[in-house]
Write a protein that binds this ligand. Structure first.
Ligand code: PMP
Length: 417
């Protein structure tokens, strides 16, 4: 494989302005990331973890580590039932989908998966995309364009932000989890065009939940559609893992529900669920759906099986909720800062980027993986380890992690409350 470096991009003596501009960009990335790569911190990104089957452990360079930063909330990632469902799908439909959904790419399995997503999310219709990212970009782009208005929470996921930018709509950000600020932003906006409010159900870096009933009220007062991204909520919040509406005892409904098949449901893909009219509109108007290959059959088979297991095994959801509450309490009891988390995502807020990297390195020496999230993903001084408690973690695993995080904090003299 040829690696393009800044030197390749701008051969001496042959530099055109365009080549120079490119070389500057490539060199800037080398400068920004290079120092990190040559330090011990390198071991916090792009590391090739091998899962240890049937456990929440991974292997890295021959060392066995307890993974505490994975997304497989329901603990189904290595489940043999999903592997068997994926294998059956490959046997029947092959390894690829043979094209986009509108042409040769739709199989009965895609239709079955969409029916299952609709049923599980308590909607009439659903559509699956090739990723959660594509679902956000495609949905926002199909619902809004120039002349329309999208209102996004300041901490919304990057795929929502990118969807807004690509849509060409006017984008307004409101303060995190602040319905009053949203209200003032809606009030100030022109009364023409579609108004779409987009929030995450559970915020991926903080583990807090959107104040849905208050947001619904504000949206209703201003004729705005409410869309939620349930990426970190499906299988995690609500008594049976159905997400934010169930979390708030079904007091209110959202207009557009969206999520991913790559986290609690450990496959790949994204989904949108809503009214038949909405789904019909997206099927013919969402560009990442129209112009990208259909989900591979193995992904459909595994996702379908995982959704059915989630339905039959709600104890997984209860386990995530009780163990993450226990973990949060244990960490706050020893003075660690966990922010406003009330879900499976529990940030251990450390301080500067370097302090977070150092703490993560010490945690690894203590046998646990807690992956750092640093600027610009989080504000300066609030770098953290993003911990996720999953159904694969037994109470003993959670105790092991608590002990390791506390020992590492003592060794590193992490500032505690
Ligand atoms: N929304 C949120 C809130 C996410 O955290 C993510 C993934 N990090 C996505 C959307 C994108 O999902 P996917 O990885 O399936 O593209």
């Amino acid at each position: 494989m040829t690696t393009l470096t800044s030197t390749d991009a701008a051969p001496a003596g042959a530099a055109t302005p365009a080549a120079e501009a490119l070389a500057l960009k490539l060199a800037a990335t080398r400068r920004r990331v290079g120092a990190l790569e040559s330090s011990a911190h390198r071991r916090n990104s792009f590391m090739p973890y091998t899962p240890v089957a049937g456990t929440p452990y991974v292997e890295l360079d021959g060392q066995r580590l307890l993974m505490m930063s994975g997304y497989s909330y329901l603990g189904l990632a290595g489940d043999p039932r999903l592997a068997a469902a994926a294998a059956r799908a490959v046997d029947t439909y092959g390894t690829g989908a043979h094209g986009v959904r509108a042409l040769a790419g739709t199989t009965p399995l895609h239709q079955e998966l969409e029916a299952e997503v609709a049923r599980f999310t308590e909607r009439e219709s659903a559509l699956v995309f090739s990723s959660g990212y594509a679902a956000n970009v495609g949905t926002i782009g199909a619902l809004c364009g120039p002349g329309d208005h999208v209102f996004v929470d300041k901490l919304d996921h990057a795929s929502i932000v990118d969807g807004c930018q690509l849509s060409g709509a006017t984008v307004t950000r409101f303060r995190h989890n602040d319905p009053e600020h949203l209200d003032s932003r809606l009030r100030a906006a022109p009364a023409t065009g579609v108004r779409l409010v987009v929030v995450d159900s559970v915020y991926s870096m903080d583990g807090d939940v959107a104040p849905l009933p208050a947001l619904r009220e504000v949206c209703d007062a201003h004729g705005a559609l409410l869309m939620v991204d349930e990426a970190h909520a499906l299988g995690v919040i609500g008594a049976t893992g159905r997400g934010i509406e169930e979390h708030y005892d079904r007091q209110v409904r959202v207009d557009v529900k969206l999520g991913t098949l790559s986290k609690g449901i450990p496959s790949m893909g994204g989904w949108v669920a809503g009214s038949p009219d909405l789904v019909y509109h997206l099927r013919y108007g969402a560009r990442p759906f129209l112009f990208s290959a259909a989900l591979a059959p193995a992904q459909c088979g595994a996702a379908l099986e995982a959704l059915r297991i989630l339905d039959r095994e709600p104890h997984r959801v209860a386990h995530i909720q009780s163990e993450s509450a226990r973990f949060r309490t244990a960490m706050t009891d020893v003075g660690m800062r966990v922010g406003d988390s009330t879900t499976a995502v529990v940030p251990l807020i450390i301080g500067t980027d370097t302090q977070a990297y150092d703490y993560a390195t010490t945690c690894r020496e203590e046998g646990v993986v807690g992956l750092p999230v640093v600027t610009p993903a989080v504000p300066n001084g609030l770098a953290r380890l993003r911990i996720a408690i999953t159904a694969a973690h037994t109470s003993e695993h959670v105790d092991t992690a608590i002990d390791a995080f506390v020992r590492a904090a003592e060794r590193r003299a992490v500032a505690r409350a």
